[in-house]
Design a protein around this ligand. Structure first.
Ligand SMILES: CC(=O)N[C@H]1[C@@H](OP(=O)(O)OP(=O)(O)OC[C@H]2O[C@@H](n3ccc(=O)[nH]c3=O)[C@H](O)[C@@H]2O)O[C@H](CO)[C@@H](O)[C@@H]1O
Ligand SMILES: C=C(OP(=O)(O)O)C(=O)O
Length: 417
């Protein structure tokens, strides 16, 4: 195991490039299962979750070739339609192979992902939607087993907005017979990215980026080359780090339009944000104000940025209210932030943060991906040395985080735990 050692107190300064988005890359890689022609993806981030997805695709019989950030997947000779527990347990997004396997091969067996530290995260809506498309689905021995002679288009309204649920149903519907209407669809940019790629492969989808997509099934999809969008959560995390350390940072190769809610909150906190076509610069020098946060599906404030803003609020001027509405257990970073001296009170999924002048470095334990990011950010601003243990969580979703931070002047190193 590895950990990060961080000496806080350095204002971050400089420019970094955003990586490709984890949450776009994972469904995109899974969608290669929908065609017997090779799919090439560029701007694929080098992350543990991406490696897990590629391992899973290889397990299914895909030929995977990787050259830096370019990945080619040839799913012409699939040898298995089973996603085993050992791989699924390390990454919930493995459930994304369910829709494409069922659509192209008429069968799939995928281990149930199970709960994780941020919440129970059931997949009932994925199953409900696939059943509505005509699949026969049973859950036995911890596996979702699905069969369908053919999928037939229909109207589906999910009970709540679900990102991977929308993606799974979209991937099933593109090869179904007839038209599917997906209502209450997730509007996250990563969902739109998948839909745009599917269109490039020959799918017929209307309403991309809206809460209702209409999909006219086609018989076959073809291979193509597709560029993964930038990681808005990675970008947001670096912007928060800049403000919390009272620095000035420009992040390039990103899409500012996907970060509107985050940019508004940074401005509300008192940071000066300048935006170009594909870059964002934040000037966080000076005092920052406490900002209230309420997570919501896109275009609302992302739950994946809640922990980082909680960290920011710990040293802000004034008190703030943070409400987590998406996941029932996404305050795991709070006890760790308290170890740094933060003043936070939790009541269910609501937290009140009262800003303190300065955090003081401490040994910390990461519990999930974005909690890890929040701890790193807080440690960068804290007085003295902190260690962040269990950074395998961080490696799931941040490409070369410590190298990027070091290039901005941070005192951070990775050591054996
Ligand atoms: C790989 C990926 O893209 N992960 C993202 C995706 O996760 P993921 O797609 O798993 O999250 P969902 O959007 O599905 O979850 C939203 C809410 O719906 C609930 N739910 C979801 C599906 C279902 O069948 N039943 C059900 O009850 C969940 O427990 C949660 O409370 O969206 C989340 C919400 O933006 C982000 O935090 C994750 O980073
Ligand atoms: C919760 C997240 O990811 P996942 O859905 O892959 O667990 C995340 O990216 O913050």
């Amino acid at each position: 195991m590895q950990k990060l050692v961080i000496t806080g107190g350095v204002a971050l300064e400089g420019e970094i490039k955003a990586s490709g988005a984890k949450n776009a890359a994972l469904p995109l890689l899974a969608c290669a299962l929908l065609t017997d022609e090779p799919m090439t993806f560029v701007n694929v981030p080098d992350l543990a979750d991406v490696h897990t997805m590629l391992k899973l695709l290889e397990e299914l019989g895909c030929k995977v070739t990787q050259e830096g950030h370019k990945v080619t997947i040839d799913a012409s000779h699939i040898t298995s339609t089973e996603a085993p527990y050992d791989l699924v347990k390390t990454m919930r997004a493995s459930i994304l192979v369910l829709g494409p396997l069922l659509a192209r091969f008429g069968k799939a067996q995928v281990s149930l992902p199970g709960g994780c530290s941020i919440g129970a995260r059931p997949v009932d809506q994925h199953i409900k939607g696939l059943k509505a498309l005509g699949a026969d689905i049973s859950i036995e021995h911890g596996y979702v087993t699905a069969h369908a002679d053919k999928l037939i288009g229909t109207n589906i309204v999910t009970d709540m907005v679900t990102v991977t649920g929308t993606e799974n149903l979209l991937m099933a519907a593109v090869l179904a017979e007839g038209t599917t209407v997906l209502a209450n669809a997730a509007r996250e940019p990563e969902v739109a990215d998948l839909a745009n790629c599917l269109v490039k492969m020959g799918a017929k989808i209307k309403g991309i980026g809206s809460p209702q997509m209409e999909i006219e099934g086609v018989k076959k999809l073809h291979g193509t080359t597709y560029r993964v969008i930038s990681d808005r959560i990675e970008v947001g995390s670096f912007l928060v780090a800049a403000v919390m350390t009272k620095g000035k940072v420009r992040v390039t190769d990103c899409d500012p339009h996907t970060l509107t809610a985050v940019i508004e909150k940074l401005e509300e906190a008192g940071a000066k944000v300048t935006v170009g076509d594909d870059w964002i610069e934040v000037d966080g020098t000076g005092e920052h104000q406490a900002v209230d946060i309420r997570t919501a599906p896109y275009p609302g404030f992302p739950t994946d940025m809640q922990a980082q803003f909680m960290a920011l609020n710990t040293t802000a001027k004034g008190a703030s209210h943070v409400a987590e509405t998406i996941f029932e257990n996404r305050f795991m970073h709070v006890p760790e932030l308290q170890r740094l001296g933060a003043d936070i009170t939790i009541d269910g999924n609501n937290a009140v943060v009262r800003g303190v002048d300065l955090l003081s470095g401490a040994p910390l334990m990461a519990t999930d991906l974005r909690a890890s990011a929040a701890l790193v950010i807080a440690a960068l601003a804290a007085d003295g040395e902190s260690t962040v243990d269990r950074i395998y969580h961080l490696d799931r979703g941040y490409e070369k985080m410590e190298q990027k931070l070091s290039s901005l002047g941070a005192k951070i190193k990775r050591v054996k735990a």
